[in-house]
Every structure is written in structure tokens, then in C-alpha cells.
Design a protein around this ligand. Structure first.
Ligand code: PGA
Length: 256
């Protein structure tokens, strides 16, 4: 099945307001005129208001890097799905490995966040991925199953066509050492199999499974030509318009 590629730039803790505004202008001008690819950026939370306003009416969509699962109350420092929708966000990254590592997110909190996103009308980009040690011990599938099981438990069939899963092997993030396209495909097809087992193939075939970890224009085509690689989550190479747009353009050459 042909799924529309989804490319999201994850800016992490980079770019102030002025730089964000400038970069958004450059990206919008350079986006392909056709609708054959969905493109989003996830800037720092404090600039989302401005980013949402700038992107309004353009082909560029806005994602948050994180969201909390409660909608209101005594949760100092958090923001909800509703707050993000108000700013013009369409997506939120959920469970990035940096949040799991530095901010103690658990498989359960990732599941709560995923559920809250769907309940409130925001599309979650749910991240999973193994460490190098886990891969070397042959634990990749077990780890992914552990990470994904609580998420699968909160999903309902209606969520699946919109779901975006991001496979981000931790050893490939920010290291310059991307997974081989064949390694990515092996994992993506495993992840799709988990969706098929729970929701059946006609729904599972609609979910987008994207890859992240040292993506650049040079490895985009090979990754995107894999059957189950439906897009990319891009960190470092999304920080300048030129390198990000080059990736977006490569995605349009997808064969499958
Ligand atoms: P990277 O980051 O492209 O810089 O490896 C990817 C990510 O963490 O989403």
C-alpha cells in the first residue's frame, strides 16, 4: 500500500525565536508545490505560538516535542493537548529516547500521552528504539515489544490510520551512524506485524512508520525505498533549511 511520506524536523533544544521565524520562512518557500509529502517541524515549545501563526495557511505543519496527558490541574511546568491545538500544532512527538533518558518517561507515560493525543485531536508521533547494548544482545524486538505493548493497549481501531510510529535506534541518534536501510526495514516490518496482529492488516497498512537517527539527504532515498519506511524524523539535518529541504525532496523520489 502506498502511504504518503511524512517528514518531521525535530529541532530539540535549538533555535531562538528569531532563528525559528527565519527558518520557517525559508522552509515554506522551499517546500514542494505538490501534496505528495507531509512536512512538519517540531521547534522548542516557547516558540510554538509564533511558529503556528507563521505556518498557518502553508503546507508546513507544526509538531510539539512533548505533551502532558492531563488536560488541566496542578501540574507545574506542563502543557496539554488542548494548549498545543490552540497554538496550531497538528502533532506531538511522544516518548523520544532523550525524554525517556533525561526526563524519566516510561512506557506507561508514553501510552497515557498517546491516548490523550488521540482523545484530544492531536496526532502522536510515538518513538521507540533500542540501545546499542540491547541490539548487540539480540534484544531489539523484545525491547520494542516492551515499549509498544502499553501503547497498543490504549489504541482503538479508529486511531490506526492516523498513527505515526517512529523507530529511532538510540545508537543512531546524533551519532552520524544511521541504521542501514535493510536494518530499518527489518524493524519496521516487525512493528507493522505487531499492528497487524492487534488491528488486522487493512488498518495496520495505513499507519505510518517513520525512521529517525542520523538521517541526511544522502541516505534518504535508500531508507525511503524500503517497503515499510514511510517517512523520517530528522534531528541535526533539520536545523538548516537547505539540508532539511534536500531530505524532503529526496522523499518524493520514493519508489514503493
Ligand atoms: P539525528 O536525531 O537526526 O540528529 O540523529 C534524530 C532524532 O533524535 O529525532
Amino acid at each position: 500500500m502506498k502511504r504518503k511520506p511524512f517528514v518531521c524536523g525535530n529541532w530539540k533544544l535549538n533555535h531562538n525565536l528569531a532563528a525559528t521565524n527565519e527558518l520557517i520562512d525559508q522552509i515554506i518557500v522551499g517546500l514542494p508545490a505538490n501534496d505528495n509529502v507531509d512536512v512538519a517541524i517540531a521547534p522548542v515549545a516557547t516558540v510554538l505560538f509564533s511558529a503556528g501563526a507563521k505556518a498557518k495557511g502553508s503546507k508546513l505543519q507544526i509538531a510539539a516535542q512533548n505533551v502532558f496527558y492531563e488536560s488541566q490541574g496542578a501540574f507545574t511546568g506542563e502543557w496539554s493537548v488542548q494548549h498545543l491545538l490552540e497554538l496550531g500544532c497538528r502533532y506531538s512527538i511522544v516518548g523520544h529516547s532523550e525524554r525517556r533518558q533525561y526526563f524519566h518517561e516510561t512506557n506507561e507515560s508514553v501510552a497515557h500521552k498517546t491516548k490523550a493525543c488521540f482523545a484530544g485531536g492531536l496526532i502522536p508521533i510515538v518513538c521507540v528504539g533500542e540501545s546499542l547494548a540491547q541490539r548487540e544482545q539480540g534484544q531489539t524486538q523484545n525491547i520494542l515489544l516492551e515499549q509498544l505493548t502499553p501503547v497498543l493497549d490504549v489504541l482503538v481501531p479508529e486511531n490506526i490510520p492516523q498513527l505515526i510510529l517512529a523507530y529511532e535506534p538510540i545508537w543512531a541518534i546524533g551519532t552520524g551512524k544511521s541504521a542501514l536501510a535493510t536494518e530499518a526495514e527489518e524493524v519496521h516490518s516487525y512493528l507493522r506485524g505487531l499492528l497487524v496482529a492487534q488491528f488486522g492488516s487493512s488498518l495496520a497498512e495505513q499507519a505510518r512508520i517513520i525512521y529517525g537517527g542520523s538521517v541526511k539527504a544522502e541516505n534518504t532515498t535508500e531508507l525511503m525505498n524500503q517497503k515499510n519506511v514511510d517517512g523520517l524524523l530528522v534531528g541535526g539535518a533539520s536545523l538548516t533549511a537547505g539540508s532539511f529541504l534536500a531530505i524532503v525532496k529526496e522523499c518524493l523520489k520514493r519508489l514503493t
